[in-house]
Design a protein around this ligand. Sequence first.
Ligand SMILES: NC(=O)c1ccc[n+]([C@@H]2O[C@H](COP(=O)([O-])OP(=O)(O)OC[C@H]3O[C@@H](n4cnc5c(N)ncnc54)[C@H](OP(=O)(O)O)[C@@H]3O)[C@@H](O)[C@H]2O)c1
Length: 369
Amino acid sequence: MLKGRATAQGTAAYAGRFATLPGNYRETIGVAISSIGLGTYLGEPDAATDAAYAGAIRAALAGGINLLDTAVNYRFQRSERVIGATLAELAASGAIRREEIVVATKGGYITFDGAFPPDPRAWFEEHFIRPGIVGADDLVEGSHCLTPRWLEAMIAMSRANLGLETIDIYYLHNPEAQLAAVGRDEFNRRIRAAFELLEAKVADRQIGVYGAATWNGFRVAPNDRGYLSLLELTRLAEEVGGQNHRFRMIQLPYNLAMADAFTARNQRLPDGAMGNTLAAADALGIAVCASASLLQGQLTRGLPPLLNDAFDGFDSDAQRALQFVRSTPGVSVALAGMSSPAHVADNLGVARRPLAPFDRLMRLFKRAG
Ligand SMILES: NC(=O)c1ccc[n+]([C@@H]2O[C@H](COP(=O)([O-])OP(=O)(O)OC[C@H]3O[C@@H](n4cnc5c(N)ncnc54)[C@H](OP(=O)(O)O)[C@@H]3O)[C@@H](O)[C@H]2O)c1
């Protein structure tokens, strides 16, 4: 197991090695994180995809990307395992130090072990129900669980897969998945219990900070059944962890086609006014990581010509799409799923450029509107 975690000093030293990427690193959750992070969601659960991700991770860490994002269920634990194996290899060779790299993972969804089992129900029964990790009533939609007992088991599984003593960022994975089934009061009770467990894991140094990685929750209207209020979540964290609680980062999709984090004024701010999710996060001291920056690859080809004008001088649609996300004020990191070293190289081309000025982004919204 690699000891320690990302530190201010370690990440600053890492950033200092990339003089060709000025402005690429932002102070986020107390460490320097690259404006683009590598995601590991997509791809088949097979050895060829593992090898592809290993190559992309090596290229990313060597090229200036120091945030890796995963989840215990991605590719049935294989994404976590390939991150763990690659970090161990690079740390052993001296190419990286643990303190330089920020690793984020998530728990909430049921996961299998490397492959889809022939009888998933029996497999789940044997591995999770019989040992008492999950009670039959704990599951929502047969696939999602947020009980402290489950999260404790998932954190242990992720630390083993990643080979890390401390996971830098631990997200509850799509917590809003529970809302349709359990209603808001019970949901808040479950989140509170989850946060209690996560605060204890912070104290134990098993995780650094925690948060919520979401799909719809922060994008929909307050009257939507799956709506998440960042202010309410933060209040729950404060009840459990006091003013120094470690609920410090959220993740939500944000890209040229899904700009709700910026355009939807669906969050109550601490002063009582309504604002967008980015403004709420800023007011509450919570960092924002954008997921699906390329709309799962769909924004990498055939963008309308007006985007060529808005982001002139870029080589590819993927670069333009990433530049939009990472330049939006309030976004700390733009995640791009990358299992190809060629895509890592292309996306690092963005990190070499200055951020797009705010008025240029605003012109884009006006033109699109
Ligand atoms: N609810 C959640 O918590 C949630 C939901 C979605 C995503 N996420 C996180 O966000 C990360 C990013 O989202 P995503 O992976 O779903 O989608 P994405 O980043 O929008 O797109 C990834 C796809 O784009 C391709 N790509 C990357 N760079 C490219 C380039 N320069 N040119 C052409 N194609 C390129 C990748 O191909 P290759 O693989 O071949 O490089 C992959 O197929 C995920 O990996 C995950 O870590 C979290």
